[in-house]
Design a protein. Structure first.
Length: 238
C-alpha cells in the first residue's frame, strides 16, 4: 500500500447498530440467504492483513465512464450524471489508491444480466458496470446515467428506488464494504425494505447529495457520496 495507514493499525470493532440485520423478513430473500449459524470472528492477524494492491495498469481508460465504456453505435439513453466522493477510513483519513467498483440498472431499470427479465428495454450502449482507483485525496469519480426504478417481486407491487451498487476493499480485508447509494428525494425510499432495514439513524449515510460543484456544465448533474469504510460513521452495508 502507499503508507497512508500505518501497518500496525488495529481496526476498531464494527458499529453493528448502524448496519441492517442479516435477516430482515420484510426483505424476503434475506431470509433465504442469511446465516443460520453464529458468525466466526476472524483471527486478529487475518483481520488486519493488508488488502491486495491495485495499480493503474489494471484499469482501462474508460473504466470509470459508463457513458462510453460499452458504447457500440451511440451514447446510452438516460439522464447523464457524475457520481463522485471520498473514501475515508475510520479516522476520517483518505483511503488512497483503492479500488472502487460500481454496477447498476440502465435508465429503464434493467440490468445486463440473464436473471433480470424485467419487461424494460436493454440499452445496447450501456453495460452498467465501472471501476476506478481513488486519488491522493481518496476521491473517486464516475460518469454514468441515472438508473431507473424497477419491480423486484418482494410483494405484488414492490419497486426498488433508483440506486447504484458500490464495492470497496480499502486498506485491509477487515474494511471490505459492499453498499448501495440512493438519490435524494426519492419517494420509493419510504417503501423499500432494503433501505428501511438499515437502522434509522444511519440511513442518511446511504443517500447522495446533489452538488453543483460536481455538476459538469452542459453534460451532467453531479452527486456526491462519501464512503466511510469502518468505525462509528461507517457507511452501512447493503
Amino acid at each position: 500500500m502507499d503508507g497512508s495507514t500505518p501497518p500496525h493499525t488495529i481496526l476498531t470493532p464494527r458499529d453493528w447498530d448502524s448496519h441492517p440485520p442479516y435477516r430482515h423478513p420484510e426483505y424476503k430473500s434475506s431470509v433465504l440467504r442469511s446465516p443460520t449459524l453464529p458468525l466466526i470472528p476472524l483471527d486478529e492477524a487475518l483481520k488486519n492483513r493488508q488488502a491486495p494492491v491495485y495499480g493503474a495498469s489494471c484499469l482501462g481508460p474508460l473504466d470509470h465512464d459508463l457513458t462510453r465504456n460499452a458504447a457500440k453505435n451511440g451514447a446510452p439513453l438516460g439522464e447523464r450524471i457524475v457520481v463522485t466522493g471520498r473514501v475515508l477510513d475510520e479516522g476520517g483519513r483518505p483511503v488512497r489508491n483503492t479500488l472502487v467498483e460500481i454496477w447498476q440498472a440502465n435508465a429503464a431499470g434493467r440490468y445486463v444480466h440473464k436473471g433480470d427479465q424485467h419487461d424494460a428495454p436493454l440499452d445496447p450502449n450501456f453495460l452498467g458496470a465501472g471501476r476506478c482507483l481513488t486519488d491522493e485525496q481518496g476521491r473517486y469519480r464516475f460518469l454514468t446515467v441515472k438508473p431507473g426504478a424497477y419491480p423486484w417481486g418482494n410483494h405484488g407491487n414492490a419497486w426498488r428506488p433508483n440506486h447504484i451498487h458500490f464495492s470497496l476493499f480499502g486498506d485491509y480485508f477487515g474494511s471490505r464494504l459492499v453498499t448501495q447509494m440512493y438519490f435524494p428525494g426519492d419517494p420509493l425510499l419510504q417503501l423499500d425494505p432494503i433501505f428501511q432495514g438499515t437502522p434509522a439513524h444511519a440511513r442518511e449515510r446511504l443517500i447522495s447529495r446533489f452538488s453543483l460543484d460536481a455538476t459538469q456544465e452542459g453534460f451532467a448533474l453531479g452527486y456526491e457520496f462519501d464512503i466511510v469504510l469502518r468505525g462509528a460513521r461507517q457507511t452501512p452495508t447493503e
